[in-house]
Design a protein around this ligand. Structure first.
Ligand SMILES: Nc1ncnc2c1ncn2[C@@H]1O[C@H](COP(=O)(O)OP(=O)(O)OP(=O)(O)O)[C@@H](O)[C@H]1O
Length: 257
């Protein structure tokens, strides 16, 4: 592998006496679409929080394009090219859909959150915002307050904000949670479009989404990666099947690589 875009070395995280992440090593290549799966409570969100700087590591390191990012603040990591979405939405509910996306665009163009400026007049910002709204299918709802959007559209807006910042690495935390089948299909199409040419790291419970979207999958169980590989390798891995014994094991049967 060339220099990985993202490299985790012996990443560990404890909360008090509880060791939640127990030495994770992971390398993600440029342009790769990588999914992290695992049973509830395995530590997937915690791992996301460690990579994006929301939590500090107990030990180990995280590198982005060869630069150590562990220890940096989330906004610094974002500035270095890594953007993430949240399970609990990150949107400003009193602002319009357009203003929400515009915040991400402003950030990417180096204006920061310049709420006090008359940013509506900046042509580049307007154009980029409209382009993203169009891409994610929210242009016709651009002037609505974000809080009035239906749930699935709010999740779409969350993805739009995440990509609006122009980051090279996009991390999505359960982007299709709570969506219907058709909403999930639309979200997957959007993610595929938005992630083109970028590196994607995704936590997702829906195995159809995972096996359809990911180039490689890592399986996290009790804070350890027990397997990393192509979808076909993961589906056939007995350790993975064991970790998913019960309901979710059936999803591996149905999932297509
Ligand atoms: N800030 C915290 N303080 C203490 N314990 C925490 C904290 N954050 C997470 N945990 C614990 O870490 C464990 C892993 O949680 P985490 O949310 O990372 O799992 P997950 O794999 O994302 O689960 P799910 O699939 O249900 O979202 C859980 O036992 C959780 O209670």
């Amino acid at each position: 592998m060339n220099t990985p875009v993202l490299k985790l070395t012996d990443v560990q995280k404890s909360f008090g006496p509880a060791k939640i992440i127990q030495g994770v090593d992971l390398e993600i290549a440029k342009g790769e679409r990588h999914a992290i799966i695992g049973p509830n409570g395995a530590g997937k969100s915690t791992l996301f929080n460690l990579v994006s700087g929301l939590y500090s590591l107990s030990s180990g390191s995280v590198e982005l394009n060869g630069q150590v990012i562990s220890g940096k603040k989330p906004f610094e990591i974002n500035r270095m090219g890594l953007s993430r979405s949240f399970q609990v939405s990150n949107i400003f509910s009193n602002m319009s859909v357009r203003e929400n996306v515009r915040c991400g665009v402003l950030w990417s163009l180096g204006y920061g959150y310049s709420f006090w400026r008359n940013v509506g007049n900046l042509k580049e910002v307007q154009e980029k915002t409209a382009h993203i709204l169009n891409e994610v299918g929210l242009l016709d709802k651009a002037n609505l307050p974000a809080s009035l959007l239906p749930y699935a559209d709010q999740r779409t807006l969350e993805i739009a904000i995440t990509i609006a910042g122009g980051a090279e690495v996009i991390m999505l935390d359960e982007p299709t949670a709570g969506m219907s089948h058709s909403e999930t299909d639309r979200a997957v199409a959007l993610i595929e479009k938005a992630a083109k040419g970028k590196t994607l790291l995704i936590v997702e419970h829906d195995m159809g989404v995972v096996f359809g979207l990911a180039d490689r999958i890592s399986v996290l169980v009790y804070g350890e990666i027990i397997a990393t590989g192509k979808p076909s390798e993961i589906r056939g891995d007995p350790r993975v099947r064991e970790a998913y014994l019960g309901e979710e094991a059936d999803h591996f049967e149905g999932a297509t690589a």
